[in-house]
Design a protein. Structure first.
Length: 304
C-alpha cells in the first residue's frame, strides 16, 4: 500500500534466497496482496518496486512447514518523481496474467491455460473469459487430440451410422469438436460471464497434503466468483448438462444420450474434474515449464 493506505496493484515483488539459487517474481493483485508457494526453508529477501515509488527490501527466515505472513508493506513516493501516476487498470493486470497462462503447457505441449498459480489473481471480465475459451478450442493440440479420438472411434466403428471412409471420419471429427466447442464455451465462457464466476483452478501449493487434496476435490463443485468469494460452481455443472443436451442434435439417433445418461455423464465429469485438480495440485505444476507466477510486469502506467 502507499502512505495513504491505498492498495498498490501490479507492484513487482521479487523473492530471492540467501544463496541466490531461488528467484521468483509476482505482481501484487488488485487488492495489493501477493504470495509465493513452494519456497525452500531458509533466509530470503523481498524486493518491492513500483513506478513512482522508492524500492523497498525486506528480509526474513522461512522455517520448514511454515506459512510466513508479512505485515503490510508501505511504499513511499520516490524523491525524484514529480509526475502524477495514473493507477493501473485491473483489466490490464488481468490481461498480463492471461498472457502468461496462455504459455502454460504440460511437458511443453498440452495446454494448461485454465490454472492460475497466483492465488489472488485479478478476476477476468467477460471478454477475457471468451478469449481464453477461444484460445483453448483453436489450439493446435486441441485439434490434434480431437482428430486422434475420431480416428480411434472410426477404427473401433463407434457411431456406426456415420459410416466409414473420409465422410465417416469427418462426421466423427465434427461431433467430437462440437463437444469440445460447446463444453468449453458454455462451461468456461458463457455461464461464467453471466453468473460472474471464474472458470480457472487456483493452485493452492501450501499446507498439509490432506488439506491440499480436499481443496482440489472441493474445487470440482465450487469456484471463485468475480467477487473473489467461493461459491457453488454452477457454470461447470450446468455447462456439462447443456453440452450433453446439445450433443443429442448431431449424434446418431441410436447413440444419443437420454436425460438419465446426460446426468450420469455430468456426475462422471465432476469426478473427472476432481481427479484433474488433484493432478494439478501435486503433479502438473512440476511438468509445466512456464508458470504464471513468473509473469512479467505490465507496461508502466501512463503519466500526465
Amino acid at each position: 500500500m502507499d502512505q495513504s493506505g491505498a492498495v498498490i496493484a501490479a507492484a513487482r515483488v521479487t523473492l530471492t534466497s540467501e544463496d541466490r539459487s531461488i528467484k521468483q517474481e509476482v505482481l501484487s493483485g488488485a487488492d495489493g496482496q501477493f504470495s509465493f508457494a513452494g519456497i525452500a526453508p531458509g533466509p530470503f529477501q523481498l524486493t518491492i518496486t513500483s513506478a513512482g515509488f522508492a524500492t523497498q527490501t525486506y528480509s526474513g527466515v522461512l522455517h520448514s512447514g511454515e506459512i510466513d505472513t508479512r505485515p503490510p508493506i508501505v511504499l513511499t513516493v520516490a524523491s525524484n518523481v514529480t509526475e502524477v501516476q495514473v493507477a493501473v487498470n485491473p483489466v490490464e493486470v488481468a490481461e498480463e496474467q492471461i498472457k502468461i497462462e496462455e504459455k502454460q503447457r504440460v511437458l511443453g505441449v498440452l495446454p494448461n491455460f485454465y490454472v492460475s498459480y497466483i492465488p489472488n489473481a485479478v478476476p477476468l471480465n467477460s471478454k477475457q473469459k471468451f478469449k481464453l475459451a477461444w484460445k483453448t478450442v483453436t489450439d493446435p493440440f486441441t485439434l490434434v487430440f480431437v482428430g486422434g479420438a475420431a480416428g480411434v472411434e472410426q477404427a473401433q466403428n463407434h457411431f456406426r451410422q456415420y459410416g466409414q471412409g473420409a465422410e465417416g471420419y469427418a462426421k466423427r471429427f465434427a461431433a467430437g469438436y462440437g463437444d469440445t466447442l460447446t463444453g468449453t464455451f458454455i462451461g468456461s465462457a458463457i455461464l461464467p460471464a453471466l453468473l460472474k464466476q471464474d472458470p480457472r483452478y487456483f493452485y493452492k501449493g501450501t499446507g498439509r497434503i490432506s488439506s491440499r487434496a480436499l481443496y482440489a476435490i472441493a474445487n470440482s463443485v465450487i469456484c471463485k466468483g468475480d467477487n473473489r468469494r467461493w461459491q457453488p460452481n454452477y457454470s461447470s455443472v450446468l455447462g456439462s448438462l447443456a453440452a450433453g443436451g446439445i450433443s443429442n442434435f448431431y449424434y446418431p439417433a441410436q447413440d444419443r444420450n437420454g436425460a438419465e445418461l446426460t446426468f450420469e455423464n455430468a456426475a462422471i465429469g465432476i469426478g473427472g474434474s476432481a481427479v484433474t485438480n488433484l493432478l494439478q495440485e501435486f503433479l502438473i505444476r512440476k511438468l509445466t515449464p512456464k508458470l504464471n507466477h513468473d509473469s512479467a510486469k505490465p507496461d508502466p502506467p501512463s503519466q500526465k
